[in-house]
Design a protein around this ligand. Structure first.
Ligand SMILES: Cc1cc2nc3c(=O)[nH]c(=O)nc-3n(C[C@H](O)[C@H](O)[C@H](O)COP(=O)(O)OP(=O)(O)OC[C@H]3O[C@@H](n4cnc5c(N)ncnc54)[C@H](O)[C@@H]3O)c2cc1C
Length: 371
């Protein structure tokens, strides 16, 4: 039996950020993940600079060995409509490859790693949780993404009655011919909204890699929406004609629309496991990282007493940072707001100040600073 101060289930951005911060506080941490790293993750791979600041990542060091695509403008519009381009004087976001980024964060966390191991069993023995009959810890942190087994253990009804965002994506390295054909520029990701404003598609180039995808409320006719989107991109000559067809799907929850319990005695959830992605953009990496860091602060302050009372400040911090959660079960969009948003997508002021600055870049929200 291996012992540790905290067992983190899931080595994505939430788990690795929490592990990194806990290690800085001197705790002995194990991260268990069902995948061997590096592993692929269904994601567009767009991050806001505050993610890198919160994690104190040395940009030059990271960029010397990995793809780091600076973003200085966006092309936005409606699918099958005209678009407009918004330029910034500086870098406002980055493109990364999740395969590389997640592996980098996990390896640098300093935690002990149990990779290629699924969490199969969990039970309590006195003040310890026993995972897979092989790891004992007084605290379990659920960072296993949308289908996190710890969330299930805490009573989440995964996949049922939860208002998910369903998305499909492909990322591939373009060959010479595809690179020549591809009109998408690395510094200018392209975002195209569905006419009913229930989702959007993206087309995102990072060096020689092209990432195309579409996410929507629920998964009703998702493939049809995706096919229409790809046809539109091809007709406009944005993407190569022969894009591979093996799109991968995944689901996740938006913050404010999920009602998952976040803490219990000796347990807490971070990142997608807790349903924290930003509702307007679907950006989930920043909330995953920030929730992991905030959880670490609360864990340190609990000083070994991981009763739900002692972990309560974590929920309070989430509310302060991301707002309250409702259990309405509906993704909060009104037809009136959608109508105006659709009209306003052609307006440069709205696109720059509201859609991009406020909803996608959260430029009014400084990076999380954790001592
Ligand atoms: C198509 C798509 C595009 C997206 N694009 C963006 C984007 O561009 N920018 C952005 O910020 N967000 C994006 N998101 C959201 C983002 O991917 C997630 O919010 C983010 O990955 C959450 O991180 P996490 O660490 O909570 O979970 P994850 O990254 O999902 O990591 C969970 C980890 O847990 C492991 N795991 C799962 N089950 C078990 C188990 N039983 N035992 C052990 N380990 C387990 C998994 O192997 C995985 O490594 C996108 C999501 C989708 C679906």
């Amino acid at each position: 039996m291996e012992h540790c101060d905290a067992l983190i289930v899931g080595g994505g951005p939430a788990g690795s950020s929490c592990a990194w911060q806990l290690r800085r506080y001197g705790l002995d941490v194990i991260v268990m993940d069902k995948s061997s790293f590096p592993r692929d993750k269904v994601c567009a791979g767009w991050i806001t600079p505050e993610v890198l600041q919160a994690l104190k990542i040395d940009l030059d060091d990271f960029a010397s060995k990995h793809v780091l695509q600076p973003i200085t403008s966006f092309h936005t519009g409606l699918i099958n409509g005209e678009g407009l381009e918004i330029h910034y004087p500086n870098t406002v976001s980055y493109g990364i490859r999740r395969r590389e980024f997640d592996n980098y964060l996990l390896r640098r966390s300093g935690a002990r790693l149990l990779l290629g191991q699924t969490l199969d069993s969990l039970h309590r023995d006195g003040r310890y949780w026993i995972a897979n009959e092989s790891v004992a810890a007084p605290l379990i942190i659920g960072a296993g993404g949308h289908f996190c087994p710890v969330a299930r253990f805490m009573g989440a009804n995964l996949g049922a009655n939860e208002p998910v965002i369903a998305a499909k994506e492909i990322e591939f390295e373009m060959n010479q011919e595809q690179r020549y054909e591809c009109q998408v520029r690395g510094e200018t990701p392209e975002l195209y909204f569905c006419r009913d404003m229930k989702g959007y598609g993206w087309c995102f180039r990072k060096d020689d890699y092209l990432n195309i995808g579409l996410g929507r409320e629920g998964n009703h006719r998702l493939s049809e929406h995706l096919d229409n989107f790809c046809d539109f991109l091809r007709q406009r000559g944005r993407i190569p004609q022969n894009v591979p067809n093996h799109f991968h799907g995944h689901a996740y929850l938006l913050h404010g629309h999920a009602a998952r319990k976040q803490i219990d005695d000796g347990m807490l959830l971070i990142g997608d496991a807790a349903g924290l992605a930003y509702p307007q953009s679907g950006e989930g990496i920043r909330p995953a990282v920030e929730s992991g860091l905030m959880a670490a602060v609360v864990i340190r302050e609990a000083q070994g007493d991981y009763s739900s009372m002692k972990l309560l400040p974590y929920s309070a911090r989430l509310v302060t940072r991301f707002g309250a959660t409702t259990s309405s079960g509906k993704v909060g969009q009104s037809p009136v707001r959608n109508y105006f948003a659709r009209k306003l997508l052609g307006n440069k002021w709205f696109t720059r100040n509201v859609l991009l600055d406020r909803w996608f870049l959260h430029s009014n929200k400084a990076s999380l600073q954790v001592a």
